[in-house]
Design a protein around this ligand. Structure first.
Ligand code: SAM
Length: 269
């Protein structure tokens, strides 16, 4: 791990008294890395909005399809995955390296439990590289300078922002954070992004409950605001769409019902 505050030497402080986004997300995905507080708020949200587990799975299915597209058709060999989450099945490096074993992948998250489990994300093929940075999405300088030890910014990079931009409020100017992250990336780089949207009243209520009871807050945005995050980039077909509608033919999602989340992939001109 190329982290300046180094993970391996210091014991990260895990706060089990308040729910954390990475752990609740892992609970909804059917993982094992969560605590009673995470399960309690996770169950409360599920009771208010039962489709939350479908949304989480739809997001991971999009990750798989997007990375397969990027490593396959788009020929991308470098990935910067910010807001990685706890290791689960089909993490970015596994999907990318199954297509191109030489793929280089840098993961970034700010959750101490993700840091503890980061070794499971560092299982690169011998031909490729995986690294993990303990950093906040808003600390663009730290992310870029540390990632540059692993990624070659003269070659295209795919920036993956799945379920993470919603974690920061408008007051932190997410648009500018995305722009700054993509600034050093050359033409032919990509942005893949997904986030929850505010079109469902029950989902909005459930997220409000989550925000009142958790360490992190999640900010649902309109479909237009999500589309705005791709400004200045060339959208890949089918554009910015509901999560299960992005190239579903690549791996048919078992349940075609829509979820309140949007996603897209776009190329830097
Ligand atoms: C909803 S999960 C999404 C995980 C994964 N990208 C996926 O799509 O399955 C959000 C992740 O973002 C991380 N996160 C939240 N706020 C963050 C921040 N400001 N900087 C870095 N990571 C953050 C959380 O720790 C969590 O792992």
């Amino acid at each position: 791990m190329t982290d300046s505050s180094s993970a391996s030497s210091q014991k990260p402080r895990i706060d089990t008294s308040v729910p954390h986004s990475a752990r609740v997300w892992n609970y909804w995905l059917g993982g094992k890395d969560h605590y009673p507080v995470d399960r309690t708020v996770g169950d409360q949200v599920m009771a208010m909005f039962p489709d939350i587990t479908r949304l989480a799975r739809a997001d991971r299915a999009f990750l798989g399809r997007a990375v397969r597209y990027l490593a396959g058709e788009a020929g991308i060999r470098q990935f910067l995955d910010v807001g990685t989450g706890l290791p689960t099945a089909n993490n970015t490096h596994q999907v990318a390296q199954a297509i191109a074993p030489e793929s280089r992948v840098v993961y970034v998250d700010n959750d101490p439990l993700v840091l503890v489990h980061a070794r499971a994300l560092l299982t690169s093929t011998p031909e490729g590289v995986c690294d993990y940075i303990d950093a906040d999405l808003r600390d663009v300088d730290k992310i870029l300078s540390t990632a540059a030890k692993t990624l070659d910014f003269t070659q295209p990079v795919a920036l993956m922002l799945l379920g993470i931009v919603g974690q920061i409020p408008d007051s932190d100017n997410p648009q500018s954070v995305i722009k700054r992250l993509m600034e050093p990336m050359p033409s032919g780089s990509y942005l893949a992004l997904s986030d929850g949207i505010n079109t469902s009243e029950t989902f909005t209520e459930a997220v409000r409950h989550y925000n009142e009871n958790s360490a992190n807050t999640y900010h649902l945005r309109s479909p237009e605001q999500i589309a705005g995050f791709f400004d200045g980039l060339e959208l890949v077909e089918p554009g910015v769409v509901e999560l299960t509608r992005w190239r579903p033919e690549a791996t048919p999602f078992p349940d075609p019902g829509e979820v309140p989340g949007m996603c897209g992939v776009a190329r830097k001109p």
